[in-house]
Design a protein around this ligand. Structure first.
Ligand SMILES: [Zn+2]
Length: 390
């Protein structure tokens, strides 16, 4: 009777549990299948005549923290018509496999997490080579691009170079593909492989010219949208550069005050508490350049908060006028960048798409990379990212 419970515990259909053995570092469950009519693979006749048995050891999902080995008494039938001997059919293990299909499936699922192949191998009582072999059977190929997608890069350092590209569907929040390189030539070759390129409506990018050129050539009808995070970041960089420049010419005390006020300069005044507001007021009195840079940053943030491209366009031209007047070189440089990308930036005010989810994927990629102690093989790195993030 208790074998019935073990059978229920194992969740394998139709098996007969014959015995259970507990060893120090693994468990064995001896199983077989009931005799039932089988069709001869050669002549098609039905037979129930047993020829002989062979024992086969099959690894299964661990139980009670120990590897589980199914010792399967595999039956051979004999066809009474053509005398052919053949094995019974079984659905929990594939042909020539020495592990159950559900163990393979569980390992495939575990590979979606950040765990390294070594730790997965250890958890399931298999060798790292087995996990790698299972992993190498996975393959991801993007055949269709969605109407909206984003491009961004991340640092990879594999056999294919330092920077890799990541294509993301910002609506579904999934990684679509991972590319070897972010060069124009590579991107064009890659994008031209998609037959329905004309269906792409928006491409969200950062301010990296090869992306723009590639999108313009491969998707002439699509609108390019600059991710908001990127131009806000450029503005933050500008004010921080002003701070560093001013700091160098100040007395020790004032320079120290400025040095520790980086966050204060970046935050918006309405988010500050009473103390913060007083500190900010003192900070702005330390130097005229800081005061003007702060105004420019605030005006820029007002422009960023615009609710439409037409409103943004008006605010942007006012901001550009102010930059001209104030003559802060870091902001003049920022203004040139913004003007170079003006239309693509304005586009971002009319659509809700951004690269927000990419940040999360980049963090996940970092963890995958660290847990695997780096990936030398780009193709495996790519498959792992797609397996975890798509
Ligand atoms: Zn036969």
């Amino acid at each position: 009777m208790h074998y019935q419970f073990i059978k229920n515990l194992l969740l394998l259909k139709d098996i007969l549990v014959e015995n259970v053995y507990h060893f120090e570092d693994y468990c064995e469950v001896h199983i077989s299948l009931p005799v039932k009519p089988h069709k001869c693979s050669r002549c098609g006749c039905i037979t129930k005549k047993v020829h002989d048995y062979r024992k086969q050891k099959i690894k299964d999902i661990p139980v009670l923290n120990k590897p589980l080995i199914l010792v399967y008494r595999k039956r051979r039938y004999k066809c009474e018509n053509c005398q052919k001997n053949f094995y019974e059919t079984v659905d929990f293990v594939g042909r020539y496999q020495r592990m159950t299909l559900r163990l393979i499936k569980t390992i495939v699922d575990r590979l979606r997490t950040n765990y390294s192949m070594h730790s997965i191998a250890k958890d399931f009582g298999v060798s790292p080579c087995t996990v790698t072999r299972i992993f190498d059977c996975l393959s991801y190929k993007l055949t269709k691009l969605p109407e909206v997608f984003s491009i961004d890069e991340f640092k990879g350092t594999t056999d294919k170079g330092k920077y890799h590209c990541i294509l993301v569907d910002p609506i579904k929040s999934i990684v679509l593909d991972v590319l070897d390189s972010r060069s124009l030539e590579f991107l064009l070759n890659y994008f031209r492989k998609f037959p329905d390129r004309h269906k792409v409506k928006y491409v969200v990018i950062d301010m990296w010219s090869p992306y723009k050129l590639a999108v313009q050539q491969a998707f002439p009808q699509a609108q390019i949208v600059i991710d908001r995070f990127h131009y806000v970041r450029n503005c933050n960089w500008a004010i921080d550069k002003v701070r560093k420049r001013v700091q160098q010419n100040l007395s020790y005390e004032k320079a120290k005050f400025l040095k520790y006020s980086k966050r204060l300069l970046l935050s918006r005044p309405h988010n500050l508490n009473h103390d913060g507001k007083i500190r900010l007021a003192n900070l702005l009195l330390t130097d005229e350049n800081i005061r003007l840079a702060y105004i420019l940053k605030e005006k820029f943030m007002d422009f960023v908060k615009s609710s439409s491209s037409s409103e943004a366009e008006v605010k942007l031209s006012q901001w550009l006028e102010l930059v001209k007047q104030y003559k802060i070189k870091e902001f003049s440089y920022l203004a040139r960048t913004i003007l170079n990308w003006k239309q693509e930036i304005l586009n971002s005010f009319d659509v809700p798409y951004n690269n927000g989810c990419i940040e999360g994927f980049n963090n996940k990629i970092k963890v995958i990379k660290r847990n695997a102690f780096g990936f030398r093989n780009f193709s495996r790195f790519r498959t792992r990212i797609l397996h975890c993030c798509s």
